[in-house]
Ligand binder design. Sequence first.
Ligand code: AMP
Length: 442
Amino acid sequence: MPREKKSKNDKEEGGPLQVPKGTRDIWGDEYFAMHGLLEKASEIALYYGFSPIETPILEYEALFHPAGEYTDMVQKEMYTLRTKGGGKLALRPEVTAPIVRAYIEHGMHALPQPVMLYYGGPVFRHDNPQRGRWREFRQFGLEILGTEKSVADAMIIRIFLTILEEVGLKNISLEINSLGDKDSRGAYKRALGTYFKKYASDLSQNAKMLLVKNPLRLLDSKDAGMADLKKNAPQSIEFLQEPAKSHFKEVLEYLDALGIPYKIENTLVRGLDYYNRTAFEFKETLPEEEGNPDARPLEFGGGGRYDYLGKMLGSKKPLPAVGGAIGVDRILSAVKEKHLAPRILKKPKVFFIQLGFEAKLKSLSVVEILRKARLPVKHSLSKDGLAAQLGLAEKLEIPWVIILGQKEVLEESVIVRNMEDRSQKTVRIDSLADYIKKVIAK
Ligand code: AMP
């Protein structure tokens, strides 16, 4: 666990009847909405030619700071644990590094390139929970490994945007920037260092530390006092050199050709050294009239190029790659109409009522007959009386009811009741599925 001072309102030690802070149970409508979203996102990715991958929730801790790279995510927010054998593992704070690890470990360079992978699953960051921020949350991500072509960057952006739109988000804005390659990044970092040094006396302790360690990350700072300083800071695109310059131009050309509006955001950086060239984020556009000037828009997703990560993790060959992730929980919290549902969720067509022990015995066989005929059934396992069960069918607004009583069991039949006009008909069990299909099709 991360070492940190415990404040009064950060009770890590909840009772056994509480979920840990920053985590939650997902059930009921939210469960279906989440799986509906993941199913839709996966389907879109599959259409674009991506393949699924699932990597472990636990990885060796070192995977997340190759070559000693440190960020808040790694330094302060990672859940780490020691195994009985003394190994150091971490709950994954993101999934890009695990996918690059999987690519190298399974020799995916031998496959036709690029390798295009998608995933969906939980990640963990020990941050302070607030609106749209959890300690356990789910990401859906895309990675294209093995190409430096700008069309790959554009494709990732196109697909994320399609997903965000298709799940029902409105008013999403795309911000984009280019960080250049190693050479220009070095010059840019130095220029940023020189610029911020002039204002060192205005900087917080943490900002002063970043100034020494990695001035790029100052641009990531959410400090309100930094906004003006950041606005006037040197811009990475002024430092771009070929071929990164043409690469960025091409990405923007693709976006123009696709009709995707974007804003070039100079302060958008991904602070880790393995990121280069394209960086992008999707944010909610806050309506101005409601807008509190201090309100920060929710970020739904982000990503970029990480051409250096493969080498840093031990790939023998260069592994240019681009990818990103969207935050599933955050998107769900912002989607107003929850029309999302996975395909396995079936709307019940009939309600099954059993009266008496003999009928209960027979009931599972009847439900199985209907299931085989792809007719989803609702029923009550605990209610025994006719009125109570009919009441439930009515409450659930299920238009057809099947009633199985003692007499029907003996006659191998059931009563089928139309809840709308209250008409009923006795139907033999062996022809029940066909009969139901006929009446509900009307
Ligand atoms: P990142 O991996 O930091 O680029 O995050 C990608 C996306 O995951 C963000 O745009 C958010 O939508 C989502 N996300 C990041 N951190 C959290 C969090 N603590 N809780 C919920 N969603 C998050």
